[in-house]
Design a protein around this ligand. Structure first.
Ligand code: NAD
Ligand code: 6OD
Length: 486
């Protein structure tokens, strides 16, 4: 049986305690590998290695040397594209068509884009008059923040981990990464790529394990970490934030959402259906930016519901190796139980079940997997937990609205504020509505269209801080002003 070990100071090492856990394939419930679970000892070794590399070879490299190495990391991922693809699909069960277009290419791009960004973004200079007439010159320079703790989720494992590791390393930091216990493989594989690309030992470290009482908690309690960047549930973010408060460490939190899609009667309906299909069902609904609440203007409500139903029923449920499949399983039994409990609650509360609502009948060899039907409801009340809580499954509730004000009210009434999608061909309306939605990202006539130079993050309980473009440089560096009296 394949073993997945920690990657500490450039070496793959097992846990001193011998503790291991199973990594399960969500498509069939079978074991893929055994994963070493880090204790405090391994986390401490990883943090110390990261500190030594920061004070040593990595910290002494020129920007040009560092960014060349990060380009080599991106090239290394691309050179082993099929291995990364296979590993990501085994861990998550997601369709190959999805991972080959999004997860793996973005995993590589995250290194190149931020290596180029740090080389090309200027800092500030201010000339200043002084009473003696000689003046002063202020200029600012960026310095790495230090050792960064990166804690990542399972839904887009390589993409979301490198989205943080790429800019962190580009800015000259070193990292200790704790990937999700559900999806350890590509984060481990990246260790091999880092080594081959010439990344000095200790710059990129990986410790595996769970959150509470395990690697995640040990990492977020370790005093040797200077800042934490986290993607995951809002509740976990609160815990990490309180740990980071000790020692006044900085945090970047990308958390949960309950995102609204707003479909106006003047939209291009083909585009709105295609976009809502992706935003509700892509990655089996396990995308933080996904739309679980769809508000449709009354004149097109019935047609929208009928067309989304037809499209959802056309999704092909199947394992990654099935080239026609566009809906994989959920990540785990726990996640499926959670999603199914909302499916049951919706029916119990009197929802109209438009489609889905249960577990699909799968062939014998896939019956052990965490399959689930894409599901659409109408008719729930505003305060139903199905409409107010993040489900993170392939489902949405559709509700009619009449006025622009009502749609904006609906989008903003929950404590989350991550993303929204607005569908209208009226540019004035789009601009007006997008400006009033309380969310970090609003897409107009699209969804999950990403330009890595733009700010990304959530408002309200969906997060703290922005990453992407110069905003990543803000988080991963200390900006220092130097004032020279002339
Ligand atoms: P999660 O919070 O359960 O776990 C995320 C990571 O945190 C995992 O590595 C986990 O082991 C670790 N962790 C859990 N408890 C911990 C603790 N007490 N201390 C330290 N680490 C701990 O989230 P998940 O279930 O893996 O991911 C799904 C969630 O992530 C959803 O809520 C989704 O909306 C959110 N998400 C947000 C974004 C975003 O950009 N805003 C992106 C993707 C996912
Ligand atoms: O595209 C990104 O950079 C990003 N952070 C996406 C997040 C997706 C959430 O599931």
């Amino acid at each position: 049986m394949k073993e997945i070990k920690h990657f500490i100071n450039g070496q793959f090492v097992g846990s001193a305690s011998g503790k291991q856990f199973d990594n399960i394939n969500p498509a069939n419930g079978q074991r893929i590998s055994r994963v070493h679970e880090a204790g405090e000892a391994e986390v401490d070794l990883a943090v110390r290695a990261a500190r030594a590399a920061l004070d040593g070879p990595w910290g002494k490299m020129t920007l040009e040397q560092r960014t060349q190495i990060l380009h080599a990391v991106a090239d290394g991922i691309n050179a082993r594209f099929d291995e990364f693809l296979e590993a990501e699909c085994l861990d998550t069960g997601k369709p190959r068509s999805l991972a080959s277009h999004i997860d793996i290419p973005r995993g590589a791009a995250n290194f190149k884009v931020f290596a180029d960004m740090i080389k090309n973004v200027a800092t500030e200079t201010f000339e200043m008059p002084t009473p003696d007439g000689t003046g002063a010159l202020n200029y600012s320079i960026r310095r790495p923040k230090g050792v960064i703790g990166v804690i990542s989720p399972w839904n887009l494992p390589l993409l979301l981990m490198t989205w943080k590791v790429g800019p962190a390393l580009a800015c000259g930091n070193t990292v200790v990464v704790k990937p999700s216990e559900e999806t350890p493989t590509t984060t481990a594989l990246l260790g091999e790529v880092m080594k081959a690309a010439g990344v000095p030992d200790g710059v990129y470290n990986v410790v595996h394990g769970y959150g509470a009482n395990s690697a995640g908690a040990f990492l977020t309690a370790h005093p040797g970490v200077d800042a934490y960047t986290f993607t995951g549930e809002t509740r976990t973010g609160e815990l990490i934030m309180s740990n980071a408060a000790k020692g006044v460490r900085d945090i970047s939190l990308e958390l949960g959402g309950k995102n609204a899609g707003i479909v106006f009667a003047d939209c291009d309906l083909d585009k709105a259906i295609e976009g809502t299909m992706r935003s509700a069902f892509a990655n089996c609904g396990q995308v933080c930016l996904g739309t679980e609440r769809v508000y449709v203007q009354r004149p097109i409500f019935d047609e929208f519901v009928a067309r989304l139903k037809t499209a959802a029923e056309g999704l092909v449920i199947g394992p990654p190796e099935d080239a026609s499949a566009n809906l994989g399983p959920l990540i785990s039994e726990k996640q499926r139980n959670k999603v199914l409990s909302y499916y049951q609650q919706a029916v119990a509360e009197g929802a109209t079940l438009v489609t889905g609502g249960g577990i699909p009948d799968m062939p014998d060899e896939l019956k052990g997997g965490w399959w689930i039907q894409p599901t659409i409801w109408t008719g729930l009340s505003d305060d139903s937990p199905v409409v107010t809580e993040e489900i993170f499954g392939p489902c949405c509730h559709i509700q009619p609205f009449d006025t622009e004000e009502e749609a904006i009210y609906q989008a903003n009434r929950l404590p989350y504020g991550l993303a929204s999608a607005v569908w209208t061909e009226n540019i004035s309306r789009a601009t007006r509505v997008a400006g009033q939605i309380e969310a970090g990202i609003v897409w107009v006539n699209s969804w999950f269209l990403r330009d890595l130079r733009t700010p990304f993050g959530g408002s309200k309980q969906s997060g703290i801080g922005r990453e992407g473009g110069v905003h990543s440089l803000e988080f991963y560096t200390e900006l220092k002003n130097i004032c020279i009296k002339l």
